[in-house]
Design a binder for this molecule. Structure first.
Ligand SMILES: *Cc1c(COP(=O)(O)O)cnc(C)c1O
Length: 482
């Protein structure tokens, strides 16, 4: 499609200014630009069409199925948006006196309490801006705990190889060294390798559960015991809470600290860099280290911000992405005690339904058909047989208006496609997806060569992904006179 600059026609405009009816202002010569800015000149209708055309080229949850594994791209009920747009929430200033924002502090306090209950924790902070930021914050708590005990030799964080990629990155950001432990044949943490990895230098473990294979580790209690016996603490990456909320609580499994992704599990539209929120919960002994300030209830029942001297400090300006928290509160209140476990049960049911029928269709599921909220397809055998890769399958899906599953992740499955349907998809949508995937399998066997050129209907097919990410071409280059 044409860019705005290419649609520009000199002299065309859309603003009609009224005649000047105030004294004309004069500026210092040096402040006045020498040439007019090279802005596109076009009529309002053409501008509108340009952006509509762009919007049609994107894909969101409102366009179609979006089974992007590890991302929980569920439908976000519009009522959450309405609540977050209420002036009492949206039109406040972060430096307003506490007595004028008691309702907002109440919303934060109430959400913290609910998340703590869902996670089996004692205290919560809403400050971290995303999941990875929550991991970093949680690790700072673990670090503060060891340092407070004079335990300065605990420098290592154990991260199983089935963890989300942010786990080792956060551990390094927080100043730790990462020790990777392998998975066993069933996709869980290899306990012998874990026992061999712990020692007096173990600060803790980060466990993504369910892990990136979509599996709930059956040895989770024992894993926590092994770490605790070695003097380390246990961190639960709760970004996959959509699989277990209302059924199992990290705190009950033995974890000391957890983060949740409000923008995944608790219904805020995400992707494309919108605001997220990664609240961190912890057991009481870690609570003094939580970021400042925290919302506390005064003896007279009013709410206030309070700072603790032992705190790791601030991890974000002000109090976190407040309106994401408001959406989460609206979502939890809407679902209630029955709805929360029902949502996760449906997410797991949908994933198992898809896994079963894709396996029947002929796709290889290396860790079996039973999963939690997501599962991994191994396209390796198909590639060996027909040359068609996970990339080819994903690209072909684009032709049918479906967002592909996550590709080439987790790394332990080389030709991985990781699918997460979420609870908000209907059986009809899941059946349609199975139909598309079955069709692609057939195409692969009939003419695998052709699939290397998919997609056939998209404006851009196969960009150089590294170059697109590292050297994005985002500036328009004017020709001479332009
Ligand atoms: C998404 C995700 C994260 C990171 O969350 P962000 O909000 O993207 O920083 C961490 N762990 C798991 C398991 C995830 O799925």
């Amino acid at each position: 499609m044409k860019l705005l600059f290419e649609r520009s026609v000199a002299g065309r405009k859309q603003t009609i200014f009224p005649d000047l009816d105030v004294p004309e202002a004069t500026f210092d010569e040096t402040l006045i630009r020498q040439s007019a800015p090279r802005l596109p000149q076009m009529a309002e209708v053409d501008l509108g069409r340009h952006y509509t055309e762009l919007a049609k080229q994107t894909h969101g949850v409102n366009d179609g199925f979006y089974p992007l594994g590890s991302c929980t791209m569920k439908y976000n009920p519009r009522v959450n948006e309405q609540v977050a747009a209420l002036p009492g929430f949206a039109d406040i200033h972060p430096l307003q006196p506490e007595e004028t924002v008691q309702g907002c502090l109440g919303a934060m306090h109430e959400l913290e309490g609910m998340l703590a209950e869902i996670c089996g924790m004692d205290a919560m902070t809403l400050q971290p801006a995303a999941g990875a930021h929550g991991e970093y914050t949680g690790l700072l708590l673990i670090r503060a705990h060891h340092l407070a005990n004079g335990d300065t030799g605990r420098t290592k964080i154990i991260v199983p190889d089935s963890a989300h990629g942010t786990n080792p990155a956060s551990a390094v950001m927080a100043g730790f060294t990462v020790v990777s432990v392998p998975s066993d044949a069933q996709g869980g943490v290899d306990l012998d390798a874990l026992r061999a990895a712990v020692g007096p230098d173990t600060a803790g473990l980060m466990l993504t559960n369910p892990n990136t294979l979509g599996l709930f580790d059956p040895n989770i209690v024992e894993i926590c015991q092994i770490i605790h016996e070695a003097g380390g603490l246990c961190y639960y990456d709760g970004a996959n809470l959509n699989a277990v909320m209302g059924h199992a609580r990290p705190g009950d499994m033995g974890f000391d600290c957890v983060h949740v992704n409000l923008h995944k599990t608790f219904s805020t539209p995400h992707g494309g860099g919108g605001p997220g929120s990664g609240p961190v919960g912890c057991k009481a002994f870690l609570a003094p280290y939580l970021p400042n300030p925290r919302v506390v209830e005064r003896p007279d029942g009013t709410l206030a911000f309070s700072c603790d001297e032992q705190s790791v400090g601030k991890v974000r300006s002000f109090y976190g992405n407040f309106l994401v928290a408001v959406r989460a509160l609206a979502y939890i209140l809407t679902l209630g005690r029955e709805g929360i476990p029902e949502a996760s049960a449906s997410a797991v049911l949908n994933a198992n339904y898809l896994a079963h029928f894709l396996s029947e269709a002929g796709y290889v599921l290396p860790y079996g058909e039973r999963c939690m909220h997501e599962f991994v397809i191994d396209v390796g055998p198909l590639k060996a047989e027909t040359g068609v890769s996970a990339m080819d399958v994903a690209k072909r899906l684009l032709d049918f208006g479906v967002h592909p599953p996550t590709m080439y992740f987790p790394l332990i499955v080389h030709e991985a496609l990781m699918a997460e349907p979420t609870e908000t998809e209907s059986r009809e949508t899941l059946d349609e997806f199975v139909g598309l995937m079955t069709g692609i399998l057939k195409e692969a066997h009939e003419d695998g060569e052709r699939l290397h050129s998919a997609p056939f209907t998209c404006p851009i097919g196969r960009p150089d992904e590294v170059k697109a990410a590292r050297k994005p071409h985002v500036r328009y280059e004017f020709d001479e006179e332009g």
